[in-house]
Design a protein around this ligand. Structure first.
Ligand SMILES: [Zn+2]
Length: 331
């Protein structure tokens, strides 16, 4: 266990601790990595560790000192978190001005002022420009941490002024181990399926388990296979699914179709499959869709993913997906 709580971040934790020991902490940091790596927890653990008055082994915050107690109560005067305001979709320039004011004040308790800004890639252009000024002329010894799963969307000028820390997802066995400990009562097959639905992130998998996503997905898969076998119609299914967000469906179908392709190409070697469908279900799927059909459908999924971000009527999109699937099965 390290300061960031997640074993797959151990190495990154050691690296930033090394920077701290060297006594040269950069003013601007950028923590990046896929969704579900634990970037924000990592950033928070880093802040708490810096503010802690008696850090433990491996630089972990003690959780007992005055600084830690204020932090745990969410009331540390030298720490600020900034994210998308309620009812908005972006981080706004006014917030960056507030951030600059906060960082310009002298520290009141800990060794320096610190702020976390997430998801940093949602800043408006004005906000990013304003932030750039703060990064170019950092006030005092303040530290700013940007957190983003889509760092390439940040202006290069912002990125280049930050120390980048790339956080990665754990390997599948490591993710399985962590998830087994976190959810000991969940059957192994379900853990695999949840990890697949969570794109390999154990944190996302745990969240999906809490939302009962797996039983929803299994019902959806069952309905899809029923459609492919001609025992259900497109209209009936699209009516049933009218509340299902198309991007979520597309996401799941992409993982499923990749499994279909792997099954065709490897003859069903289970170790290569994501685990989101049973081998029996995949047998039904690949029995209806040959390899070429799986590839064709996978290509179309990329188009639908793009279209799902546009104002196109989701019901039209959903019907197009189902009709295409049925067409491919019948050829
Ligand atoms: Zn402490």
């Amino acid at each position: 266990m390290n300061g960031a709580s997640f074993p797959w971040l151990d190495e990154a934790w050691r690296a930033i601790l090394e920077r701290r020991r060297s006594g040269r902490l950069p003013h601007g940091w950028l923590f990046t990595g896929p969704t579900g790596t634990g970037k924000l927890d990592f950033a928070r653990a880093f802040c708490q560790a810096i503010q802690c008055e008696s850090p433990q082994a491996q630089g972990v915050a003690c959780g007992q000192c005055h600084g830690c107690r204020m932090w745990l109560a969410g009331a540390h005067p030298d720490l600020m978190e900034l994210t998308i305001p309620e009812g908005k979709t972006r981080i706004l320039v006014d917030q960056i001005r507030e951030l600059r004011d906060f960082m310009s004040l002298s520290r009141s308790h800990g060794p320096c002022r610190m702020a976390i800004l997430w998801p940093a890639d949602t800043m408006t252009e004005n906000a990013a420009n304003s932030l750039l000024k703060t990064l170019e002329e950092p006030p005092g010894d303040a530290i700013l941490i940007l957190v983003s799963a889509h760092a390439s969307r940040l202006p290069a000028t912002v990125r280049s002024r930050c120390q980048q820390v790339k956080l990665a997802l754990p390997s599948r066995p490591e993710a399985r181990r962590w998830l087994t400990e976190a959810m000991p009562t969940v059957p192994a097959g379900d853990l695999d399926a949840l990890l697949a639905l969570g794109h390999g992130s154990p944190l996302r998998a745990r969240m999906l388990a809490e939302q009962e996503t797996l039983s929803q997905w299994r019902t959806q898969l069952d309905a899809l296979l029923t459609l492919l076998q001609g025992r259900k119609g497109v209209v009936e299914l699209s009516e049933q699914w009218h509340k299902l967000p198309v991007d979520v469906l597309v996401d799941r179908l992409q993982i499923l179709m990749a499994d279909g392709i792997r099954r065709h190409m490897t003859g069903g070697d289970g170790s290569l499959l994501s685990g989101m469908a049973t081998s029996k279900d995949l047998q039904v799927l690949t029995g209806q869709l040959d390899l070429a059909a799986c590839f064709r459908f996978q290509e179309r999924l990329l188009e639908w993913r793009r279209l799902s971000d546009t104002p196109i009527n989701p019901q039209v999109l959903l019907e197009d997906i189902l009709v295409t699937l049925l067409d491919l099965a019948q050829t």
